[in-house]
Design a protein around this ligand. Sequence first.
Ligand SMILES: *Cc1c(COP(=O)(O)O)cnc(C)c1O
Length: 387
Amino acid sequence: MRVSARFSGIGTTIFTQMSALAAKTGAVNLGQGFPDTDGPPGMLAAAAAAIEGGRNQYPPLDGLPELKTAVAAERVRRFGMAYDVDSEIVVTAGATEAITAALLGLCDPGDEVILFEPYYDSYAASVAMAGARHRSVPLRPIDGRFTFDPDDLRRAVGPRTRVLVLNSPHNPTGKVFDRAELDLIAAVCREHDLIAVTDEVYEYLTFDVAHVPLASLPGMRERTITISSAGKTFSCTGWKIGWALAPADLVVAVRKAKQFMTFAAGTPLQAAVAQALTDELDWVDGLNTRLREARDQLRTGLEKAGVSTYACDGTYFLQADVASFGHTDGLELCNDLAVRGGVVAIPTQVFYDDPASGSGLIRFAFCKRPEVLDTAVRRLSAYLGSA
Ligand SMILES: *Cc1c(COP(=O)(O)O)cnc(C)c1O
């Protein structure tokens, strides 16, 4: 058996490995980013009713009209941005499919795509599937907050650069790109005629800072594919209902690829997400508050135990410093932590081209119940005390 050359640089995901280790050792799993409580009851009931009500056949390629209408209405309410329901919105099998379809639909072999590194693992795989190449712009901590050097961004752009992928709020760092950073990124996109593909799956999960879509900046709506999904907003990561918003010609690119990937998915779940986007945003406010408390609980616990952490303004994730555990390599630390410490974290190095660049960081997911985080903090303190 030979795997195609396109996938030669793509490894097996660490999440499966670490979750298996958690199951085997009984460790608390703060590895994979999924919540351990359910989404809004109204949304769950809407899904059950849709299934019971016989809405179980193929939806349209573009998605159920009621979901596209709900997405469009939400954009107008929140950001004053109008997208045409018929030509500028497409529903996808999660944000993941939207990103892959966008890259497949836009890139020719040899084209280049800019990624901020560390990056969500599906991006590099999607770029590779498109036969394109990625160039990485490093995010590095300055005074405990991740940021990038504008010169690194400018240097990454070349004659073949076609797309820039922006993920804000950012997994795995917990960074929310601020207005000055977004202005700079937008300027580079306009100057070099790049298309921006934005992954905004954590758009509702920012803490004390506003979420600003890149598409809302001057000159960006016409060159941006804005991607989001229900998974993180409504704590239903297993549903895989996402969407992309863009000018009609860019939506065509996404749709062409998507058509022969999944065609379409999740009719009753699409109906339920339409209900949630319309009626459950108060529930999302509550989720936001609980997550901010969870972040504080984990961060305070880690800091008390002597672990340095980095600024986290959004997402499910907190970065911690490997050196403060008395280790030098995040992968070694995570293995030891799972076996001897009873807690699973993810070595941040898996989100880098060169693992050495991220070996000093590990990622904890705090999207868990307070009692679970409490157990994790007690175990981490004990681990550090005995180290
Ligand atoms: C969870 C996550 C996704 C996946 O979204 P789906 O809707 O489940 O496909 C995409 N991007 C980032 C940054 C994520 O953390």
